[in-house]
Design a protein around this ligand. Structure first.
Ligand code: PNW
Length: 443
């Protein structure tokens, strides 16, 4: 059998990914404004270990050594995000001239090391100043986002290989505005639906404006998707799984690739369906240069609404209790290609896991679970490619242990261990594995 590394072409993009709020720290430096996650962390009970992002991995102050760390892995791409409140403290009004200095140093440092820069404009840390005006529920935020996107491109666009408008709009809308366990902690199905529309609209309008301004980068969006299957072959479970798939996957992918929302979810929402103005759907359906997909697990749906938890069934799970199911990644990619035949090049922009074996012992982290996870999911990408899916890249979540949102620092996704007391970085066995895999691939 062809070894795994041989199954990927020479121009394949291999990376590691992070996001601003999860690693940077320096929450109040150089004129940075408050983000909705800074605010949310102060809400009692919101974060499992009552922590926040004030220091995180202190990446803001350790940029040069972290760039060397990224380069040492042998990746050819790095996916990061830009904190909007650094660039524009309130999200409206004055731009902060110092705000983009940090990202300019980051982008130039990547360039010097021969690593593609993939910047996400919104990885959830919306300026609190915009939340105070209604946040993503307010249509004006759409236009504020377009201005911010244009400002970033004007300064850095010539050096960004890729620009991603939003990371995981489903998480922002559903976890942030319906379930309320993520910032800004709102619990309203109606608001969540409007937020999802404004996120998609701002994506489309930003792509239009960036192109009109002469974009030199690949432009796209990142969706979190899973392969959704019924718990049994009972018709009720099959119908429930179909609706769940429509809510989480087709609600986003249909507008982007077909220009309309799925009818079943619109019917379910009834009066809670979003207000859509003339021209919105055409703006959302702008052709994209690529689609980013974050994949962690599959989702098994029962009509009873019962939480079909993999753990009680003896199936393998990560430290997040998410089932480890590499086949689901192949299934999902093949399904996306079938549902949307004109799919642009696809990048897995996040894939990885938190694991129990992440403790540092005698200066080492022997994270065999993570090595198996990464190897099997990379193999799943290769199988999708063999079935004709236009795969272009794969990025590990994450470069290093970091602030895992509502789980605080209790869950570790890094291939590099972070000792938060000293900020020491120690590459785990998985980092060594990835480095060797990439060395073999380069040949
Ligand atoms: C993604 N869910 O978040 C994010 O893009 C990362 O910032 C995050 O660290 C990573 O996955 C690991 O969690 C998600 O509950 C968070 O379905 C939650 C869900 C999905 C994605």
């Amino acid at each position: 059998m062809n070894p795994l590394h041989r199954q990927f072409p020479a121009d394949f993009v291999w990376g590691v990914a992070t996001s601003s709020f999860q690693i940077e720290g320096a929450a109040h430096e150089d004129g940075k404004g408050e983000s909705i996650w800074d605010r949310f962390c102060k809400q009692p009970g919101a974060i499992a270990d009552a922590s926040n992002g004030d220091v995180a991995c202190d990446h803001f102050h350790r940029l040069d050594s972290d760039l060397d760390l990224i380069a040492s892995l042998g990746v050819n791409a790095y996916r990061f995000s830009i904190a909007w409140p650094r660039v524009q403290a309130l999200g409206h009004g004055e731009f902060n001239p110092r705000g983009l200095d940090f990202y300019e140093r980051l982008v130039d440092g990547l360039r010097q090391r021969g690593i593609q820069a993939w910047a996400t404009l919104n990885h959830w840390d919306l300026p609190q100043g915009l939340q105070d005006r209604g946040g993503w529920n307010d249509r004006d935020t759409v236009h504020r986002f377009v201005d911010y996107a244009r400002h970033v491109q004007a300064r850095l666009g010539d050096r960004l290989h890729g620009i991603t408008t939003h990371n995981e709009p489903w998480v922002i809308a559903t976890l942030g505005h319906d379930q309320g366990n993520f910032a800004p902690g709102i619990k309203s199905r109606k608001i969540a639906a409007q937020v999802s529309h404004h996120l998609l609209l701002s994506h489309g309008l930003a792509m239009q404006s960036l192109r009109a301004d002469g974009a030199k980068s690949q432009l796209g969006i990142v969706l979190n998707l899973s392969s959704t299957v019924p718990a049994t072959a009972m018709p009720a479970d099959i119908a429930a799984a179909d609706l769940a798939d429509s809510r989480s996957r087709r609600w986003y992918a249909d507008p982007l690739f077909k220009g309309h929302y799925p009818a079943d979810v619109l019917a379910e929402l009834g009066a809670d369906a979003p207000i859509v103005q003339a021209g919105d759907m055409a703006a959302i359906a702008q052709p994209m240069d690529y689609l980013g997909i974050n994949y962690y697990t599959r989702s098994v749906i029962a009509a009873s609404g019962e939480d079909w938890n993999a753990k009680g069934r003896g199936l393998p799970v990560s430290d997040m209790d998410w089932e480890i199911y590499p086949r689901g990644l192949t299934d999902l990619l093949v399904q996306m290609h079938r549902d949307y035949p004109a799919l642009p090049p696809v990048y897995i922009t996040e894939n990885g896991g938190a694991f129990k074996d992440d403790a540092l012992a005698q200066g080492r982290v022997q994270d065999d679970d993570r090595i198996a996870y990464l190897r099997e999911h990379i193999a799943a990408v290769a199988r999708a490619m063999q079935q004709g899916v236009p795969m272009a890249g794969y990025m590990v979540w994450s470069l290093m242990d970091n602030f895992e949102w509502a789980s605080g620092y209790l869950k570790r996704f890094g291939i590099v261990h972070v000792d938060y007391a000293t900020q020491a970085r120690t590459p785990k066995a998985s980092a060594e594995w990835y480095r060797q895999f990439l060395r073999d691939w380069r040949g």
